[in-house]
Design a protein around this ligand. Structure first.
Ligand code: MG
Length: 373
């Protein structure tokens, strides 16, 4: 592998872990972080959590697990092309969605509403809470004890009040400093991942149609190129050939624009990265095209009446569960009852956020279905 750029994060310069541990024998610090994430309970649950569709609606749709793997694959390409730390980028990508509730954005909104009087709920902070506190796997500490740099990458945004509580990790939000380029790229790789796979899943589900997408520049341009190369192509192959070109265009544009920004800002060290403006970015033209696609998905897929029916049901399930546990914490599993003694609403939010889609549905049935034990 090519030597790391001067502004890449280096394992040997890591600001370390909250609990000191000996250096890994055969891996880098960030490989160890990635491995801990992959072995965690929260990571396994991503298989049964969704973004747009509910898990049991079909076996072919993306789950948060396959989404996280796709994001990791995209960001590794970006990191390697820019001679950044690929292991760190991968560790961040695989952990970025750990804190998501069941039922995607609908679940997060519902839980945030339930927690309004109790500090709110935010999936990004919850991801950090999982790796810092909630995973119970190691003898010497709670959580996964990840490096500072991976935790910094997980925490994408943070309100000032919360940042003050987070100490060193929160300081950059108060001082207006950036995270590593590896972390910056991860956010954009996330967008590339979900916009493109939502197009694919949207078409597969029949909620959006090819003719609608022809109105969207980035789709039209790439689909025309595919039809020129393969005049008889149609169906799944047309969709995939188009989507893969869109992903490639976005990734290459992101690499080139980020490289230009690094050069223009005269960035020569990691310290420079922290002080510079946002470096990872699409070019203006690609940014506009990408936004058009996002708006399209928002209007036509996320607000589709069939999706809204599901999200309204999801909201009801989360609200009911939260209310039932608030009324009687003895209904919680024992480990959450113990946590509830210190902070009842937060313990309940932790329990609900950890549920998979199907577990939440079952738990709702167990608590509310008359005639079912
Ligand atoms: Mg994501």
């Amino acid at each position: 592998m090519a030597e790391l750029a001067a502004y890449a994060v280096r394992g040997e310069n890591s600001r370390g872990r909250r609990h000191a541990e000996p250096a890994p024998a055969a891996r880098s610090e960030f490989q160890r972080d990635r491995d801990r994430v992959v072995h965690s309970t929260a990571f396994r649950r991503l298989e049964y959590k969704t973004q747009v569709f509910v898990n049991h609606e079909g076996d072919l749709f993306r789950t948060r697990l396959t989404h996280s793997i796709e994001v990791a694959q995209i960001v590794r390409t970006l990191a390697r092309a820019l001679r950044l730390n690929e292991d760190l980028a991968e560790a961040i990508a695989l952990s970025h969605d750990l804190g998501h509730t069941p039922f995607g954005h609908a679940g997060q909104e519902a839980l945030n509403d339930c927690m309004r009087e109790h500090g709110g709920f935010e999936h990004n902070l919850q991801s950090l809470r999982i790796v810092d506190l909630l995973e119970e796997r190691y003898g010497g500490f709670d959580g996964l004890n990840l490096t500072y740099e991976t935790r910094e990458g997980i925490l994408k945004h943070c309100a000032p009040a919360r940042a003050r509580e987070l100490g060193e990790l929160g300081r950059r939000f108060l001082e207006g400093r950036r995270p590593s380029v590896e972390a910056q790229l991860c956010n954009l790789a996330d967008e590339i991942g979900y916009n493109n796979h939502d197009v694919d899943d949207g078409l597969r589900s029949g909620l959006i149609g090819l003719e609608q997408l022809e109105a969207i520049g980035i789709w039209r341009r790439h689909a025309a190129e595919v039809r020129r190369a393969f005049p008889d192509i149609g169906g799944r192959r047309l969709i995939h050939e188009t989507v893969r070109r869109m992903i490639n265009t976005l990734a290459v544009d992101l690499i080139e624009e980020t490289r230009r920004n690094i050069l223009a800002a005269g960035v020569a060290s990691l310290e420079d990265v922290y002080r510079a403006p946002q470096l990872a970015a699409f070019s203006q033209a690609t940014h506009e095209e990408h936004r058009e696609l996002k708006r399209f998905l928002n209007r036509n897929l996320y607000q589709h009446y069939q999706v809204l029916r599901m999200t309204s049901k999801a909201r009801r399930i989360i609200n009911d569960l939260f209310a039932a546990f608030m009324q009687d914490t003895r209904l919680l599993p024992p480990q959450y009852q113990r946590r509830a003694q210190a902070d009842k609403p937060r313990a309940i939010a932790d329990y609900i956020a950890g549920m998979t889609d199907r577990y939440a549905i079952r738990e709702h049935r167990r608590l509310f279905a008359v005639g079912e034990i």
